[in-house]
Design a protein around this ligand. Sequence first.
Ligand SMILES: Cc1cc2nc3c(=O)[nH]c(=O)nc-3n(C[C@H](O)[C@H](O)[C@H](O)COP(=O)(O)OP(=O)(O)OC[C@H]3O[C@@H](n4cnc5c(N)ncnc54)[C@H](O)[C@@H]3O)c2cc1C
Length: 274
Amino acid sequence: MALMARFGTEAKPISGGQSLTPMMNMRIARPAHLVDLNDLLELDFIRVADGVVEIGAMTRHARVASAPEVVRELPLLAEAANTIGHYAIRQRGTLGGSLVHADPAAQLPLIAVTLGAEIVLKSVRGLRIVAAQDFFLSIMTVDIAEDEILTSVRFPAMGRSTGWAFDLVSRRRGDFAMASVALALDMDDAGRVSSLRFGIGGVSPVPARLEVVEQAAFGHQLQAGMIAALAAQASAEIDPEDTPQLPATYLRELVDLLSRRSLKKATETLGETV
Ligand SMILES: Cc1cc2nc3c(=O)[nH]c(=O)nc-3n(C[C@H](O)[C@H](O)[C@H](O)COP(=O)(O)OP(=O)(O)OC[C@H]3O[C@@H](n4cnc5c(N)ncnc54)[C@H](O)[C@@H]3O)c2cc1C
């Protein structure tokens, strides 16, 4: 914290280096000083207490994907972390680095927004907690001051009976997603939706929840017709950039496909978490 306060805009923290070093190689980032967080072993932790899973910023993607506490309490997060890049990247990349880098297609920011996580930031001035939905401001831009370090993320534990799904489409296995969907679903005893969190990534500058779709699902059974209607609504709700590489019509089709697959899978995983 003291180094960050001392060097201000001249310095950048480095965690896994999986995004910062490519940016430096391409001369997109040119920090005068690097503040290496890798010795801060106290930031590599997973704690479960009072319905909250707090994960330290230096926890590597591979540990997030496989830690029994995460698999049990946050299966959606574990599954998404396991799809990040390749094995070597998951061994080095960290939760904190991914959230601060804030690639619009990244898995962990999407899950943080979908599950309503809190981001814990520290500086010599003290502690600040920001809701994930307010943390991501624009492409690779987050609400963090130049002297702040992201120290942990607090996720509300998923209910034991909550259904969930994470799905993405990328050009090749291990590439960043062109579009991704993350869902957490609860049903009442009559099999009607009592809560749906519907997160979407890759198709807008920051990951977002599709609240219109969440509300439309409320109180309904998720039969095939309803799933198709909700997926069509999700596809209509997004407003992706139209580029020659990724036409908006194609992205809408991807979102329709991912939404249908995810809603079906979420209903199948209901009550599965033990
Ligand atoms: C080939 C390749 C494929 C990849 N594929 C994917 C993918 O499919 N999905 C995906 O999500 N990611 C992917 N990544 C990125 C990877 O997940 C990165 O690990 C992650 O985005 C950044 O984490 P890091 O720990 O490496 O951060 P770093 O590269 O060390 O830092 C990234 C940024 O965050 C800042 N920072 C780091 N830690 C902190 C902290 N604790 N507090 C404040 N600021 C901090 C740094 O200053 C820098 O600006 C890929 C990377 C590569 C090289």
